[in-house]
Design a protein around this ligand. Structure first.
Ligand SMILES: [Zn+2]
Length: 151
């Protein structure tokens, strides 16, 4: 068995008998001192080339890393129609003292919006708006009933 290796000084291809592994010798080409690698240390030129290539590509990857990340796919805006309608009904009900009419509407639209948002959260948004509309709607409706009873 012969160990093939390259001289670290002149890159000349060298051979040494395997029993000289780990021993020092002189390069036949440049005369510099070289250590014959043991077989476990041996790396074939192809592997060396591959690892160099990998290192290079890693460097490229690292140098490219600071570039801004790709923006994700633009999702269509969530539907908030019912939620906004609910909130508008409840608020108008408060402002216009029409809670007895608009309050139930706010509750219906708020309920619809909440149901849609729970069933299809990727399509329907405005859960907070719907909750607000629903709560204000209930308050406005109750206030409207109290108002009717006492006046
Ligand atoms: Zn040499």
């Amino acid at each position: 068995m012969e160990i093939k290796f390259t001289c670290p000084h002149c890159q000349a291809a060298m051979k040494a008998p395997s029993d000289k592994a780990g021993c020092q010798g002189k390069c036949s080409k440049c005369g510099m001192q070289v250590v014959v690698p043991t077989e476990t240390e041996l790396v074939s030129p192809e592997e060396q080339a591959t690892s160099r290539f990998v290192n290079k590509s890693q460097n490229i990857t690292i140098s490219l890393a600071p570039t801004p990340a790709m923006t994700g796919p633009i999702s269509p805006p969530l539907k908030k129609g019912f939620a906004i309608t609910s909130l508008v009904c409840s608020l108008v009900g408060v402002l216009a003292c029409m809670g007895i009419i608009l309050g139930p509407l706010a509750i219906i639209f708020g309920g619809l919006a909440l149901r849609n948002a729970n069933r299809q959260p990727q399509v329907y948004g405005g859960k907070g708006l719907a909750t607000a509309g629903l709560i204000v709607g209930i308050v406005v409706t109750l206030t409207g009933f109290v108002w009717l009873i006492f006046i």
